[in-house]
Design a protein around this ligand. Structure first.
Ligand code: SAH
Length: 261
């Protein structure tokens, strides 16, 4: 949204909000419940604003910049995840749950790498060995790193998951990293927001996205478009890696920005 539009929407309201935010003692006496409801609304509005700001930052910078951003102010990470949760509660189906359902049908001996794990739901739900990776470690089991450079050994995992986490402008380096850590024949699952692939609004062509990953050395097994809010891509890593490949054309994934409600 343009800055001028934003200002227009907020225009004239600020004074009003500030006035109401401090209720007079008489208002307190007569309507005890109102100020808290109002404060709750204010809090929700402010945290919504913070969430949108952090979200926009993450979609428009590199993973390295995002890592530095959170290193400087780790509390922004919790703020981001509170907003993320609230946004996701509007979705009819959570992509991470669809992925968990699929993982439950696979071998329990599969080692999983959850790239951009957030609250590490996969590790918390499954008995498999799971490497949970994110920019900030909100839990002792989460490895804090930029997922373009993970501490995982090469050819060490059976499944690499990216669930709504291809946020950085350098997303191709995350896929390359997953290629490095995956065993030959291993699975790569990517769930991404549908609107990022809507060519009518500047999104990437899902075929081009899938082709770029295939050129890296993967086989596209399935694309699931059945969910309203996200697309789920399933790939397997080819047994034989391409030693010399041509320059891959990675389509730009449109940032997923949320509107003010
Ligand atoms: N996969 C989780 C969380 C999705 S939110 C789920 O589905 O619930 C996206 C997450 O990706 C955020 O926690 C964000 O911090 C993380 N992320 C984005 N870029 C990253 C990077 N370069 N390295 C590590 N994590 C990253």
């Amino acid at each position: 949204m343009g800055e001028s539009k934003k200002r227009k929407r907020r225009g004239g309201k600020k004074g009003e909000e500030e006035q109401q935010a401090i209720p007079s003692p008489s208002a307190k006496r007569t309507k005890l419940k109102e100020p808290s409801t109002f404060l709750e609304k204010m809090r929700a509005r402010l945290s919504g604003g913070h969430f949108r700001m952090i979200n926009e930052k993450l979609y428009t910078c590199t993973g390295k910049e995002a890592l530095d951003y959170f290193k400087e102010e780790p509390s922004l990470f919790d703020m981001y995840h509170a907003g993320y949760k609230s946004q996701m509660s509007n979705w009819p189906e959570q992509p991470v749950n669809v992925i968990i359902k699929w993982l439950k049908k696979q071998s329990p001996s599969f080692v999983i790498a959850d790239f951009g794990c957030g609250e590490a739901l996969i590790a918390k739900t499954l008995k498999n060995k799971v490497f949970s990776l994110d920019l900030v470690s909100s839990d002792p089991n989460v490895i804090a790193c930029d997922m373009a450079n993970t501490p995982l050994a090469s050819s060490s995992v059976n499944v690499a998951v990216f669930c709504l986490s291809l946020m950085g402008t350098n997303y191709k380096s995350y896929i390359e990293e997953s290629n490095r850590v995956l065993k030959p024949g291993g699975w790569l699952l990517i769930a991404e927001v549908k609107s990022r692939f809507d060519p009518n609004t500047g999104g990437a062509d899902p075929e081009k996205f899938s082709n770029a990953i295939s050129e890296l050395g993967f086989k596209s097994v399935k694309k699931d478009f059945s969910n309203k809010m996200f697309i789920l891509f399933y790939f397997t890593k080819k047994e034989k890696q391409i030693s010399k490949r041509k320059e891959i054309e990675w389509p730009t994934l449109k940032p997923c920005l949320y509107k003010r409600r």
